[in-house]
Design a protein around this ligand. Structure first.
Ligand SMILES: Cc1ncc(COP(=O)(O)O)c(C=O)c1O
Length: 293
């Protein structure tokens, strides 16, 4: 595996960062997970813009000029022989505060650490999409947005990891987190949608969720399909009484959910609206891909 580290591509063994890196010491950094379909990167500019916003929110200056990113991402795919007709690529950009003396002051770290990793995208088992997945309602609450904005895609992921541990212990696909008001938010790496009363519903950003790029596309595609979409504040009961539920993120696209704790969603099978949106998403995907370089 070739990894871009700061200013060049290095082999896996050379791809190491300092124990003084504040990303390691304090989780002080930001990241993005991106994917390609064949050689074309999905929503590239939107992911890079979100990376910029995350970095800006923590006062981190990205030492890579915006115009450099496309070439770097494609070079990473080329060197690792992914992002081609035989393998879609998973790409992860991580930017940490960099190495510096121990202490919270970011100015202790003169040079941010920049990493690009890529590998073949590992698809979820086909059975997940066919039969749906199960969720655990986590006891861990989603971070208070005023304490740590979920719009900052930060390398400090403990809130989500604690919730993930709960789903692992319960043997489910993932955990669903409620916020401090017991409203629905999102899962550990995905946004939540459910279909109830003839309306497709998804928690509003104010509930304390990441502004998912796939979430936005799904809302757009659903509206184009003539489906009524509502962003709102919902309690768990609304989800439990819904007809259908699914998750969205860059790598899982639209993932049906058919069980929440011990209760089936609807009739316990992925529903017709979810299937329709999966098909509409797949059909409209080309317009969300970059031009072939
Ligand atoms: C907490 C969280 N919510 C939602 C998402 C989905 O975001 P996107 O659709 O941009 O991949 C992610 C993606 O990593 C995430 O980490």
């Amino acid at each position: 595996m070739w990894v871009f580290l700061n200013d060049r591509f290095v082999g896996r063994e050379e791809a190491v960062v300092s124990v003084f890196d504040h990303g390691f010491l304090y989780g002080d950094g930001v990241y993005e997970t991106i994917r390609s379909y064949g050689p074309r990167i999905f929503m590239r500019d939107q992911h890079l813009a979100r990376l910029e916003r995350s970095a800006e929110a923590i006062g981190l200056e990205i030492p890579i000029a915006p115009a450099q990113w496309p070439d770097l991402l494609h070079e990473a795919m080329r060197l690792n022989e992914v992002g081609n007709d035989s393998a879609d690529a998973y790409l992860r950009i991580t930017i940490s505060r960099g190495a510096g003396e121990i202490g919270l002051d970011p100015s202790l770290c003169p040079h941010p650490t920049v990493v690009i990793m890529t590998k073949a995208l590992g698809n979820y088992p086909a059975a997940f999409s066919r039969d749906g997945v199960s969720l655990t309602v986590a006891k861990t609450r989603r971070n208070l947005p005023e304490a740590l904005s979920p719009q900052i895609k930060a390398t400090n992921f403990l809130n989500n990891i604690l919730a993930k541990r709960e789903s692992i212990a319960a043997g489910t696909f993932d955990s669903l987190l409620l916020n401090w008001r017991e409203e629905l938010t999102e899962c550990t790496i995905s946004n939540l949608f459910f279909y109830a009363g003839g309306t497709l519903r998804t928690p509003a950003l104010e509930c304390g969720i990441l502004d998912g790029i796939t979430r936005t596309i799904v809302m757009t595609v659903a509206q184009e399909e003539g489906i009524v979409v509502e962003e709102g504040h919902y309690q768990l009961r609304a989800l439990q009484e819904s007809d259908e539920c699914f998750l969205t993120n860059t790598t899982m696209e639209i993932m049906p959910v058919t069980r929440i704790d011990t209760l089936p969603v609807g009739n316990g099978r992925p529903g017709p609206l979810t299937r329709r949106l999966q098909a509409a998403f797949a059909a409209s995907r080309p317009r969300f891909l970059e031009e072939v370089p």
